[in-house]
Design a protein around this ligand. Structure first.
Ligand SMILES: NC(=O)c1ccc[n+]([C@@H]2O[C@H](COP(=O)([O-])OP(=O)(O)OC[C@H]3O[C@@H](n4cnc5c(N)ncnc54)[C@H](O)[C@@H]3O)[C@@H](O)[C@H]2O)c1
Length: 442
């Protein structure tokens, strides 16, 4: 099928490349000329495992192309996917401006009956609104389909080829069947539903996952106060198939471009229909406190941070991505700087993307060794494999014996004991360098 993807960000690029891979003829359109220029040369503007390999292959096969020309992108398309951003407004509602502009551009350029598929995450009722907006700008026939995206950054291609489900919401059987047909080679279970339910499935799924994270983080708080170990508790809970083992890792909370904005948008959406979504408000509140709880541990051990060197390991909001939107590292670094600390940050991939969002006083290291060399304390923010694999004993340098504050529970307590380091994590007893002092934070 001739497919156009509008908005070539984390979702749009992966969607375009995956659809090309299964044999469709794909044109990707974006208003960002720099991005399109890179993509035309086979270079990915985002870090996502294996994306460049797929991109180069499909460019070579002539299955995918990239343009900033909306006429070329739209006039011959049979199906158009829209994957532009829907960031938060200051009041937490979803900002639909990019989506409105994109749909008007499509309306003005479409020449034959098409299916318009909304992949962006949008509040319930948005697809219907967009339909009426397009109708105002064209006489050409079209149908609209809500097809929310569930991929995880860092595993986006894997998720696209091995998703748990594809949700297709439409009023038109013809359009729903067309979208089902184009996805058929993926052999992923398809759920066809009405448009509003499809929109809600996306928000409900993200809100549920965020709830799971905040729930285990609250249990982590209780573990710290009662002497239990949240790691063991998570395993014990996860073995129950009704609960499931995923999203039960205690830590410093969720960030990124989806959970924070989608939970806030759902609270707003509930408010619009006079429903107070108390549970979700608590989830958001619990999450907001997580980095501060780690910092409290640090302040208790090192009450004065002036002239202290603090290494921050990991800047992206999670491993295997260069996405720094709503990254917890920003909260932590800004707080440390406010207390007078010198911050030396390291990330394997996204220093360049993070730098413009951080104060200029932040120093950057090329590797972990350089970051920790003169550190009085180390704060682990993102559980990159490279950071998890870094031997705990190597944190002790000839110059320093830093204290480690691990916000992602990257190491086992046994490793920390054997490495003879002082180690504080989330929801687990602290390990002190003097073995006789092993136990909880005083
Ligand atoms: N990133 C994720 O992990 C993820 C997962 C599931 C769903 N989503 C949802 O998918 C949507 C896209 O997210 P993303 O992270 O890919 O966003 P992104 O910010 O990475 O990409 C959006 C792209 O749209 C382009 N754009 C903006 N306005 C445009 C227009 N009028 N015409 C053409 N292009 C335009 C931008 O230049 C940008 O390249 C959002 O609604 C998001 O909530 C994201």
């Amino acid at each position: 099928m001739k497919i156009t993807v509008v908005g070539v960000g984390y979702v749009g690029l992966v969607t375009g490349v995956a659809l090309a891979e299964i044999g469709h003829e794909v044109i990707c359109f974006d208003v960002d000329k720099v991005k399109i220029g890179l993509l035309q040369k086979g270079k990915s503007p985002i870090y996502e495992p294996a994306i460049e390999e797929y991109l180069k292959r499909q460019l070579k096969n002539n299955q995918i192309s990239f343009t900033t020309d909306s006429t070329i992108a739209i006039e011959n398309a049979e199906v158009i996917f829209i994957a532009v951003g829907t960031p938060s407004n200051s009041d937490g509602t979803a900002n639909l401006n990019y989506l409105k502009l994109a749909t008007i551009e499509i309306a003005r350029n479409m020449r034959q009956p098409i299916v318009i598929v909304i992949k962006s995450t949008v509040p319930v009722g948005t697809n219907e609104y967009l339909k009426s907006l397009i109708e105002k700008h064209t006489d050409v026939d079209f149908d609209i389909v809500s097809n929310p995206e569930f991929l995880r950054e860092g595993q986006a291609l894997h998720d696209t080829f091995n998703g748990d489900r594809i949700v297709i919401g439409s009023e038109s059987n013809w359009a729903a069947d067309k979208v089902e047909t184009l996805y058929k080679p993926l052999e992923i279970p398809i759920l066809k539903t009405d448009i509003r339910s499809a929109e809600m499935i996306k928000y409900a799924s993200n809100a549920f996952l965020a709830t799971k994270i905040s729930f285990i983080n609250e249990i982590a708080n209780l573990c710290e106060k009662t002497g239990a170990n949240v790691e063991a508790v998570s395993v014990g809970m996860g073995l129950d198939q009704r609960i499931g083992k995923y999203f039960l890792n205690a830590g410093i909370g969720y960030g990124g471009s989806c959970f924070p904005k989608d939970t806030k948008a759902l609270v707003q959406l509930a408010g619009n229909v006079q429903h107070d979504f108390e549970l979700l408000k608590s989830v958001i509140h619990v999450n907001k406190n997580r980095p501060y709880l780690l910092l409290e541990k640090l302040y208790k051990r090192i009450p004065t941070l002036t002239h202290k060197n603090i290494a921050v390991l990991g800047l992206s909001f999670k491993p295997n991505t260069d996405d720094v939107r709503e990254a917890t590292s920003f909260v932590i670094i800004n707080e440390l700087l406010k207390k007078g600390a010198t911050v030396i940050a390291y990330d394997p991939i996204c220093i360049k993307k993070a730098k413009p969002h951080l104060p200029k006083e932040v120093l950057y290291a090329y590797n972990i060794e350089m970051a920790i060399k003169d550190a009085d304390a180390i704060v682990i923010v993102t559980e990159w494999e490279e950071i998890k694999q870094f031997p705990l004993k190597d944190y002790k340098t000839p110059q320093n014996k830093p204290i480690i504050f691990d916000g992602r529970n990257c190491y086992s307590l046994l490793e920390a004991q054997q490495a003879d380091v002082e180690y504080h994590s989330m929801g687990r007893p602290s390990i002190y360098r003097e073995k006789s002092q092993s136990g909880y934070m005083p």
